[in-house]
Design a protein around this ligand. Structure first.
Ligand code: GLU
Length: 484
């Protein structure tokens, strides 16, 4: 397989969006699969909207997902610098070359003039496009504009009557007419290059083989091909991957819930679940399988199997995958993830003691099979803390009304009192003894104890709940629920 030398080139204008993460992932997968390189560079030419904070968020989110780059703005590489604002001299060099070759020209038109031209074209029913009137300015005309204090932009002259053909690995061949593109700005009046110019200089100088990015950039591609052509450079191969839609088939936005990678991390998702989930957004491994390891995804991923149709963000599937990976995790890892959550919810202080870790360990043992996200713990915490419990419904009340209940509860108290230490293993054993002593079996033993201690008919295993509660809370709860 040919080597993929690919890049992810986010603009640091906000936290890493889930769609951006998916683009990064697809690039990463092909680099790893082909033994190529995955490059992360930063497109920060929008000086007003770019921020250090966003750049750091992008770095942390990629690291969290495990998308390690071979060359990046943070770790360097042989093709740097990797931040566009540090490459301005390079863009200038190529803009000057195009000017010298007559393939680009200074344009002094003001915004009002451009607007007036556009309005006139629209009125005539023509496609609005720059007329090219500055292309042939004489030295005197230029000098006159300069004397007025006008600062020119640089426009690329796009030859008329050409076809700009995007041979796209996902969308097939898409042909644009150069006449529909017009002479566009490649360097703004402040000397900052536009995206469509800088991206081409970067892709070429960094020897990018494949440009894999969001579908919304397909319409920019003819402009980028025009720049490649003007500079006499080969175009990379393109792949434009489809939009991500919410379940209502509208473009994924804040309305649909969390949109940034960081938000998913904060909501208690695991990176391998998000990795697996993102890979399936538009790609199918073929067959029914949905749970795939990073290695399997790398091995099986191809652009040919990436769908042209929009991908739908199925939150239930993400939860299901996350639940799967939670069950695969070690308790130690889950405890490490649960502690910050429990601190943020006020269940733990900033300072965590050995006893706290024990407590959280028991909670995570109790909940590992029950939760889909780390934050789901919140729904269960009433089982583990507080004296006050409510008996959930009539059925549960009936359980406690059974005449055998006092026998069971007495036996429980006796057995617990005899235990030197309340750990899950030992507590598990006492149920057998209670059964033997009372002559009652299964539900007749478990249900009264469960309802008396938690108020509920269902829940995590009692041998985890009881050690979490400890003697004091068990005593208080039994007092309240069965008056014993
Ligand atoms: N900075 C662009 C973006 O964030 C990248 C476009 C590209 O990959 O060419 O959408």
């Amino acid at each position: 397989m040919e080597k993929y030398r690919v890049r992810f080139a986010p603009s640091p204008t906000g936290p890493l969006h889930i769609g951006g993460a998916r683009s990064a992932l697809f690039n990463y997968l092909l680099a790893r699969k082909s033994g190529g390189e995955f490059i992360v560079r930063i497109e920060d030419t929008d000086l007003e909207r770019s921020s250090k904070e966003s750049e750091v968020n992008i770095q942390e989110s990629l690291a969290w997902l495990g998308l390690d780059a071979d060359e990046s703005v943070w770790d360097g590489g042989n093709f740097g610098p990797y931040r566009q604002t540090e490459r301005l001299d390079l863009y200038k060099k190529y803009a000057d070359q195009l000017l010298a070759e007559g393939k680009a020209y200074y344009c002094y038109c003001s915004e009002e003039e451009i607007e007036a031209e556009r309005a006139a074209q629209m009125e005539k029913g023509d496609m609005p496009m720059y007329s090219g009137k500055c292309m042939h300015l004489t030295a005197e005309q230029k000098a006159a504009y300069e004397a007025e204090g006008r600062k020119p932009v640089i426009r690329l002259h796009v030859p008329h009557g050409d076809k700009l053909v995007v041979d796209d690995a996902v969308r097939g061949v898409v042909t644009f007419e150069s006449d529909g593109v017009g002479d566009f700005v490649i360097v703004k009046s402040d000397g900052i290059p536009t995206y469509n110019f800088a991206v081409v200089v970067d892709d070429h100088l960094m020897e990018i083989s494949h440009v894999i990015r969001a579908e919304e950039h397909l319409s920019n591609t003819p402009r980028q091909i025009a720049v490649h052509n003007a500079l006499g450079w080969d175009v990379p191969k393109y792949a434009h991957i489809s939009l991500i839609l919410g379940e209502d088939r509208k473009k994924m936005s804040k309305r649909h819930g969390a949109t940034s990678v960081t938000q998913y991390e904060k909501l208690g998702y695991l990176p391998e679940a998000v990795f697996n989930f993102l890979a399936l957004l538009g790609w199918s491994p073929g067959g029914e399988e949905e749970i795939l390891t990073k290695e399997e995804i790398i091995e099986r991923f191809t652009l040919e199997a990436v769908s042209k149709s929009p991908a739908v963000f199925d939150m239930e599937k993400l939860k299901w995958l996350n639940g799967h990976y939670i069950r695969q995790s070690s308790i130690e890892r889950l405890v490490g993830l649960a502690i910050p959550y429990l601190q943020s919810e006020g269940y733990l202080k900033d300072e965590v003691t050995e006893a706290d870790v024990q407590w959280v360990t028991l909670i995570m043992q109790a909940l590992q099979e029950k939760i889909h996200t780390i934050n789901d713990i919140g729904e269960f915490m009433h089982l583990f803390v507080g004296e006050d419990i409510t008996i959930e419904d009539e059925e549960a009340k009936e359980v406690l009304a059974d005449p055998d209940v006092p026998t069971v509860i007495n036996a429980l108290k006796e057995q617990l009192a005899a235990l030197p230490e309340w750990n899950a293993e030992d507590v598990k054993k006492i149920f057998k003894t209670i059964s033997k002593e009372t002559g009652l079996k299964g539900k007749k033993v478990f249900m009264p104890i469960r309802v008396a201690l938690t108020g509920q008919m269902h829940g995590p295993d009692l041998h985890f709940i009881i050690p979490v509660l400890g003697p004091e809370l068990v005593a208080k709860r039994l007092q309240k629920t069965v008056n014993m």
